[in-house]
Design a binder for this molecule. Structure first.
Ligand SMILES: *Cc1c(COP(=O)(O)O)cnc(C)c1O
Length: 683
C-alpha cells in the first residue's frame, strides 16, 4: 500500500468516508448504517420509530453466551420489514392506480428453507395473508405445517406425483387455497383423476414458457431455452382436456417466472406484457382466470450501484410495483378483462437482508518490508546488484527496474538450488526483492499511465487476511458463480483502514478466497482493512447472505454449519436473543459422511488401550488421551480460541510478531503463500 495514497486522504477520514468506502448506503437498503462510534448498526422502523443496534453489541452478547465465531446472525425484524415493504408498497400502488383487485405475496421456500425463516414469514406474514410457493413434497409439508392463515395461498410448482397432489387436495379440503401449477402434461391426468376420486375441487394454474429473454447473471435458462413451462400447443391441450372433463372452470391462475435477480426493469415490464398476452388468450378460450402469478425476479442490489449490471438493479421496489400494476391494468383493460389478483413469488428480495455472516480474522500475512536489510561485507554480487536497483528507480525506468529485480531474484534462486547461496542469504534477497516491488508500486501510483505488465502489482502485494469461515459452507455462490456480497469490518470504522487485503478462508483449498469486493460503482481486487491490534479481535461481516446460501453449502474439509443466532431489535434500541442454534460438532459432520462417532471412539480407545498394554503410556495418560479425543468430537469444526475482550484495552502483552517474518517460503505472491500452520499465531 503506497504511502502517497495515505497522505492524500489522511486528514479527511471520518464516518462519512467510511460509508462511501464500503458503499453501505447503496446496498444497505436503509437496514444498515455506521454509527458515530464507527460500528455497523442494524436499523428497523417499528411503528414509525427507528430502532438501531450496533452489531458489536450483539457480538458482545454472543461472547457472553460463549458462542464462537463464525456466526450466522439473523435479524428477525429485518425479515418482517421486507415482507411489510413488499405488501405495503403493492397496496399503496394499487390504491393510487385504482387497480380493481388485490396483491397476494408468496414466499418460495427453496430460497431459504430454515425453519426459523419459514415460521417467521408465516407468523409475521399472516396479517398480509402472505403465503408460500413450494416445489417439492418436503416444502409442501413445511408450508402446511407453518402456515397460519388459510386465506394465504400455497402455490405448488415443480413435478408433482400422486402423493404431492393428494396432500394439496387435503389442504383444499381444510379450506386452504392451494394451487396446482401445471408444468408438464403428465400431472394433469393425475390431478383430474385424484380430485374426482376424492370429491375435491382443485385450483389449477398453468405455467407458461416465457420467450422474453432476460439479462443478468442467473438467467441463461430464461426464454425459449427454459426447461420449465408449457409451450403454446401444450397450453391448448390443457384447455381441451379440462374442457372435455368439464373442469375448465378450475383453471384460474396463470404463472410465469422470468428468472431470478432480474437487474433491468425493462425486462420485467416486457415479461409482464407477455404474461398478459397469455392471460388474455386463455381467458378467450373460456378459462375463468382470476390470478396472475409473476414469479420471482425482484432483484437485490448487492453492489449498491443501482445499475442494470447483474449484481445490481436499476429500479426501486416502488418502481417494480408500479410497473407491474400499471402494465397489467392497461393491457387487460383494453381487452375488457377484469383485473386479476396479482401474485409475486419474491424470495431473494425477501430474505437476503436478514442474515449476516460474522467472523473473526485469525491472522494476516503481509508482503511489506519496512526496512531494507543492511548491506554486509562480502555480500554476493547478485544481491549487490539488486540493491543497486533502488538508485535508478524513477517513473521513466520503472519497467526496467522491475525486470532487473525479477532477473536477479531468479538467478539467486538458481544459485540457492546449486548450494552457492545459503538460506540466510536467500532470505535477505527475498526481503530486498519485496521492498523493491513495494517501492516500484509507490512510483506507479504517481504515474498516469502504468505499463501493462505492472498493472496487477498493487493487488499482488496486498495483504492476505485469514478469516475464520469456510467459503464453501457459508458463501457457496461466491465460489460457484462469482456472486459479490458486501463485506466490511463491523467496527473501528472511525479509524482509517491502512491495509489493502484479499480474504482467505480456513479451508485448505486455494479457491477458498475472496478477491473481488464492492467498490465505488464497480468492484475492486482488494478490500481496505485495519491493521490487527494485538490481543483484540477484528470482526468482519458479510452482508445480504440470507438468500440461497444456507443450504447450498457443502462440507469442504468437513467444516460444518456455523452457529446461528437470531436477534430481535426492540423499542429503545435494545435487543434480545430469540434463538441460538449451535453449529455442527465434529461428530455431526463425521456422521454426515457415514462415519459412526461411537464406533470411532471405541476403536480409538482400543488403540490407546494397547499402548497401555505395551507399556508406552500409563493408565492415567490413557484417560487424558481419550478425554481429548472425545472432547474434540463434541467441539465446533471451526477455529476455536479463548474469547478475547471485544472492546477493552488489551491486557495481554505477548510480543508482537513481525508479520513479515512469516515470509519464509519460496514466494508465490499470487497463490496462497502461507501454510495453514502459520495461521492464528498472531494473537
Ligand atoms: C426460484 C424461484 C422463485 C424465487 O425467485 P427470486 O428471484 O429469488 O425471488 C420464484 N418462483 C419460482 C418458480 C422459482 O423457481
Amino acid at each position: 500500500m503506497p504511502d502517497s495514497i495515505h497522505k492524500k486522504t489522511k486528514n479527511t477520514w471520518g464516518i462519512q468516508r467510511a460509508k462511501t468506502t464500503y458503499g453501505i448506503a447503496g446496498w444497505g437498503n436503509r437496514y444498515f448504517d455506521i454509527n458515530d462510534q464507527g460500528e455497523v448498526v442494524a436499523k428497523v422502523n417499528q411503528e414509525g420509530k427507528a430502532q438501531s443496534v450496533s452489531l458489536m453489541e450483539i457480538v458482545q452478547g454472543m461472547q457472553d453466551r460463549e458462542l464462537q465465531m463464525p456466526v450466522l446472525l439473523r435479524i428477525e425484524n429485518i425479515l418482517d420489514q421486507s415482507i411489510c415493504d413488499i405488501n405495503e408498497t403493492f397496496k399503496k400502488v394499487i390504491e393510487k392506480e385504482k387497480y380493481q383487485n388485490i396483491f397476494r405475496g408468496v414466499y418460495p421456500i427453496k430460497v431459504n428453507q430454515q425453519a426459523q425463516i419459514v415460521e417467521e414469514i408465516a407468523h409475521f406474514g399472516k396479517q398480509y395473508n402472505h403465503g408460500f410457493e413450494v416445489g417439492s413434497k418436503p416444502e409442501m409439508i413445511a408450508a402446511l405445517a407453518s402456515i397460519e392463515s388459510f386465506d394465504s395461498l400455497i402455490i405448488c410448482n415443480g413435478y408433482k406425483d400422486q402423493e404431492f397432489i393428494e396432500l394439496g387436495l387435503q389442504a383444499i379440503k381444510l379450506g386452504c387455497q392451494c394451487f396446482f401449477v401445471i408444468e408438464t402434461l403428465t400431472e394433469l391426468p393425475i390431478i383430474i383423476e385424484r380430485s374426482k376420486a376424492m370429491g375435491i375441487q382443485p385450483y389449477i394454474g398453468v405455467r407458461v414458457k416465457m420467450t422474453s429473454a432476460v439479462s443478468g447473471h442467473w438467467n441463461s435458462t430464461s426464454g425459449d431455452r427454459s426447461v420449465f413451462g408449457l409451450t403454446a400447443s401444450q397450453l391448448i391441450q390443457v384447455v381441451d382436456t379440462l374442457k372435455a372433463c368439464d373442469m375448465l372452470d378450475r383453471l384460474q391462475l396463470l404463472h410465469c417466472h422470468l428468472g431470478s435477480q432480474i437487474p433491468s426493469i425493462g425486462d420485467i415490464r416486457g415479461g409482464v406484457v407477455e404474461a398478459c398476452r397469455y392471460y388474455t388468450d386463455l381467458s378467450k378460450e373460456g378459462a375463468p382466470l382470476g390470478y396472475i402469478d409473476l414469479g420471482g425476479g425482484l432483484a437485490v442490489d448487492y453492489t449498491g450501484a443501482q445499475s442494470s449490471s447483474g449484481q445490481s438493479r436499476n429500479y426501486s421496489l416502488q418502481e417494480y410495483c408500479e410497473d407491474i400494476v400499471d402494465t397489467i391494468k392497461t393491457t387487460l383493460s383494453k381487452e375488457q378483462l377484469q383485473h386479476p389478483v396479482i401474485i409475486t413469488e419474491s424470495g431473494r428480495a425477501t430474505v437476503a437482508y436478514t442474515s449476516i455472516l460474522l467472523f473473526n480474522i485469525l491472522d494476516v500475512s503481509q508482503y511489506e518490508i519496512t526496512e531494507i536489510p543492511p548491506a554486509k561485507v562480502g555480500e554476493h554480487e547478485l544481491i549487490q546488484n539488486m540493491r543497486e536497483i533502488l538508485s535508478y528507480l524513477k517513473p521513466q525506468r520503472v519497467q526496467e527496474c522491475y525486470n532487473d529485480a525479477h532477473f536477479y531474484r531468479k538467478e539467486i534462486l538458481e544459485l540457492f538450488k546449486r548450494g552457492q547461496i545459503d538460506l540466510r542469504m536467500r532470505a535477505v534477497a527475498e526481503r530486498l526483492y519485496l521492498s523493491i516491488l513495494q517501492k516500484i508500486n509507490g512510483v506507479l501510483q504517481t504515474m498516469c499511465r502504468i505499463p501493462a505488465e505492472l498493472k496487477g502489482l498493487s493487488e499482488s502485494l496486498a495483504d492476505i487476511y485469514y478469516g475464520n469461515f469456510s467459503l464453501f459452507q457459508s458463501l457457496p455462490d461466491s465460489w460457484a458463480i462469482d456472486q459479490l456480497f458486501p463485506i466490511m469490518p463491523i467496527h473501528r470504522l472511525a479509524e482509517q483502514p491502512t491495509r489493502h487485503a484479499v480474504l482467505a478462508d480456513i479451508t485448505c483449498d486455494c479457491d477458498g478466497k475472496i478477491e473481488r469486493f464492492i467498490a465505488d460503482h464497480d468492484y475492486d481486487a482488494t478490500l481496505p482493512l485495519h491493521a490487527l491490534k494485538e490481543g483484540e479481535e477484528y470482526y468482519l461481516g458479510v452482508f445480504l447472505v440470507g438468500a440461497y446460501q444456507e443450504t447450498l453449502g457443502d462440507l469442504h474439509n468437513l467444516f460444518g454449519d456455523t452457529n446461528v443466532v437470531s436477534v430481535r431489535l426492540n423499542e429503545n434500541s435494545s435487543f434480545e436473543f430469540v434463538k441460538e442454534v449451535h453449529g455442527d460438532t465434529i461428530a455431526d459432520v463425521l456422521s454426515y459422511v457415514e462415519f459412526e462417532p461411537k464406533q470411532m471412539q471405541s476403536s480409538f480407545r482400543n488403540k490407546v488401550e494397547s499402548a497401555v498394554r505395551s507399556g508406552r503410556i500409563s493408565a492415567k495418560e490413557r484417560q487424558e488421551i481419550i478425554n481429548t479425543f472425545n472432547g474434540s468430537m463434541q467441539g465446533y469444526t471451526y477455529y476455536e480460541r479463548e474469547l478475547l475482550s471485544v472492546s477493552d484495552e488489551v491486557k495481554q502483552n505477548k510480543a508482537k510478531q513481525d508479520a513479515s517474518a512469516i515470509f519464509t517460503e519460496d514466494k508465490d505472491i499470487e497463490g496462497k503463500a502461507l501454510p495453514k500452520s502459520a495461521v492464528a499465531k498472531y494473537i
